[in-house]
Ligand binder design. Structure first.
Ligand SMILES: Nc1nc2c([nH]c(=O)n2[C@H]2C[C@H](O)[C@@H](COP(=O)(O)OP(=O)(O)OP(=O)(O)O)O2)c(=O)[nH]1
Ligand SMILES: [Mg+2]
Length: 296
């Protein structure tokens, strides 16, 4: 099936609200809400298509945008490549020029609208931060170091240790400050659950949590994450690491291929540092994850 290339705009106004519109019933995925946009014509760049579609559909002039995520999704009747950009500078007030309902929606309420299935990854990309710290233990100096560099909006945490009497108060305190914290093992009441790649491959039905993450290293695991509707993945190792120098990294070109295959935001992990945010994003990452990289 031919791949339909689509330019999609996540238009964000100053207070953080996002513009969504309702697709007409007769359209593909009709009756569902969408981020405005449309097909990239053969003689257009994505930037040109984005500007044209947003002007045609909403009467808005795009002045500034940056890439958020690319999602390749195979509907039974159509294969799409959604090239999604945040439009953060624009002129004019969006209105439905084709008669479609258009509203501003606070980010934390987006999930209560029905979108096409391909949009789950876009929603998650809007909500998730750029940095993910992976740590084997929690202690106050580590937390203070994070606090000096990152806000809860910029950093989430994966603790590779089960909840216990030593770390529970620290975890709860971080969550109270607004950090998203996933811990190892059974902690499903928190709404967060992480699957190792072995657990991912051994799981047939999506566990009932708000935020399901998984570690992936190859195509098979990425496709399994798609099938389970995992919300975000850690893809590693990009480069070889000091602790496992014998394991070769996949490198950025392969990372980019697998990230495009993934329906959800992908964090780059392994042998990279905070300085690699730019190259990670250029290769389709939501952001970067790191163990040593995040130690103050
Ligand atoms: N615009 C947009 N399209 C989406 C989203 N999610 C999603 O799966 N799609 C799919 C539905 C369509 O198959 C395709 C986009 O096509 P479109 O109908 O917006 O294209 P267009 O504006 O050029 O419209 P048309 O002239 O074909 O009616 O991408 C989304 O959030 N926004
Ligand atoms: Mg459209």
């Amino acid at each position: 099936m031919k791949l339909v290339h689509v330019a999609v705009a996540v238009i964000e106004r100053a207070n953080g609200d996002i513009c969504i519109a309702k697709r007409a019933d007769h359209q593909h995925q009709g009756g569902l809400w969408e981020f405005p946009g449309g097909k990239v014509e053969s003689d257009e760049t994505v930037t040109q298509a984005l500007a044209r579609e947003i002007h045609e559909e909403l009467g808005v002039i795009v002045l500034g945008h940056y890439p958020l995520i690319s999602v390749r999704y195979e509907y039974p009747d159509k294969h799409v490549l959604l090239d999604v950009h945040v439009v953060n500078e624009f002129e004019g007030e969006p209105h439905g020029k084709e008669g479609q309902p258009v509203i501003w929606c606070p980010k934390d309420q987006l999930a209560s609208y029905s979108f096409p299935a391909a949009n789950k990854g876009i929603l998650n990309a809007i909500l998730l931060p750029p940095y993910l710290a992976v740590t084997n233990e929690l202690n106050q100096p580590l937390i203070d170091g994070w606090g000096a560099h990152f806000s809860p909006k910029n950093l989430m945490i994966y603790l590779r240790e089960e909840l216990n009497s030593n770390n529970q108060a620290l975890v709860l305190n971080l969550r109270a400050q607004g950090y998203r914290v996933t811990v190892k093992g059974a902690d499903q009441e928190s709404g967060y659950l992480h699957l190792s790649s072995a657990e991912l491959l051994a799981t047939d039905d999506r566990p009932d949590v708000n935020w399901l993450s998984a570690s992936c290293h190859n195509e098979e695991e990425v496709l399994k994450a798609n099938a389970l509707n995992v919300d975000f993945i850690l893809l590693s190792p990009v480069n070889s690491t000091p602790t496992h120098p014998e394991v070769l990294g996949m490198g950025w070109p392969r990372f980019a291929e697998l990230a495009l295959m993934a329906h959800m935001p992908v964090y780059a992990l392994g042998g990279i540092g905070l300085d690699d945010m730019g190259v990670a994003k250029k290769n389709g990452a939501q952001g970067i994850a790191g163990i040593s990289a995040f130690l103050p």
